[in-house]
Design a protein. Sequence first.
Length: 309
Amino acid sequence: MTISQTDQVENIDLAFRLILVELGDKAISVTFFDPHSTSLKDVLATTWKELCDHRWLEECEIYGHAHYRSTGSGWIEALWRDKAAERPELRDLAAKLAAALKERVKGRREDVTVEVSRLAHENGLSPTWVFNAIESNLLEVLHRRRGVQWVERGTLIKIPLNFGMELIDHTADLRAQLQDVQDELEYTKGELNEYRCSVCGAPMSYQDYNVPLSEDVTGFVVTFDCSRCETDGYGTRPCPSDPKFPKIEEYEFRFKEHASEPTWKWSCFAIAKTSMAHQVSIPHAMGQTMEEAQKRLIENYKRIAEPWR
């Protein structure tokens, strides 16, 4: 039987609602969803596959048949569809977690590693909720600010010294501020191989080894005509010819409706799911429909991923 697109979308929304109920206060890493259970019987087989294709769920075989487990991005997607981000409860919890993490690096000059369980206990937070928040990069998604990383998944996290700083494309700012240096390198980059991208041979477009990354820290940045960027600050970007350059599948599409707009009623955003995808941002796109907005965003990706020459 063929399922209409409308029915498929509605069933996906249903699946996320049921998954949130099944998950409750448990950690996403230890909670498995049985598609044969009574509570999940209305979720279509095609829906389970769709959620896995988007990497919102991962499939595991338990007791001889498929079970499913939420990923970090899947937990975020479920909260987003449930409109949890619009409710004060989630933002209050996120603010409490952010404040606790910030306190751990306050006054320090290096990254700090802490125990998840102790952090949660000392701040009146659920350890399982803290796990889910860290696994999904909740703070980065909500606030677009630097988050934390696992040292030992589920047990230890590293709080970077620049935790809570706004995620900014430093490369764009530096290009605008240091145009004079680029002009001086124009001749050299075309003549010397050492000033070319080691992946595709594109000439260097900019370099500086005294770049202000923060009030107290300086670093370096080197960019090439292929859009590759090497830096010890935020903004590292791979060459489009690099086999590791992120595929479009390494992003999840997030949509926002603008009901009051007469023409551009939908926006589509590309949310990175992998470490490589985090290095390559795709400009958001707008359209009259969700499909059109997504198509325009994919076109933006193709322009970004086009190899140099």
